[in-house]
Write a protein that binds this ligand. Sequence first.
Ligand code: NAG
Length: 216
Amino acid sequence: MPAKMLQNTTILFVFSLIFLSSSHASVQDFCVADLTGPDSPAGYSCKNPVKVTVSDFVYSGLAKAGNTTNIIQAAVTPAFVAQFPGVNGLGLSLARLDLAPGGVIPFHTHPGASEVLIVMRGVMTAGFVSSANTVYLKTLKKGDVMVFPQGLLHFQVNAAKIHAKGIVSFSSASPGLQILDFALFANDLPTSLVGQTTFLDPSQIMKLKGVLGGTG
Ligand SMILES: *[C@@H]1O[C@H](CO)[C@@H](O)[C@H](O)[C@H]1NC(C)=O
């Protein structure tokens, strides 16, 4: 083949590759969760794009305060992929925090995500503990933001006498939530083993199991 013709053929080939790959990419703009299927580390499978509407990308569930009439006097209202299918595959999600006076979001971790908190109302004392066992603690007022690195134990407590409200954002559509006190006192892990692994007295363990609904 003459050099000029070869060059033209190459250019045509490259152009058709670009065209094909960009038309393919347009089908992959999003992957709204098909919540009827199972979740996986890679997220849910995609809802048929023909059936996707703007409602999949809008969630109104954070407009209302969560119910804080409970033992922690606080509520976490999630906008994770299970509530908000449009975030599937995008590596982000949200939640609303409401803390009545005296309210606390107890020590917990999100195994799959870092978190950033913005305080919208009131005052919160927030903290996390690093792998080196250093405590990072701050009282946050309206407008302050704090980041909680992935996997580390952290908490928020209401630090004033008025309702506190915050919005948290996660670096995952499915950040997960593991609450330390629930892991220790709200399941059937035997009291003797909780005692052995935490050095707490059986009477204190039984009291907390009673309050949090644990058995054994
Ligand atoms: C909040 O939760 C408490 C305890 O479950 C319940 O008694 C109360 O009716 C709830 N309030 C609202 C407004 O849903």
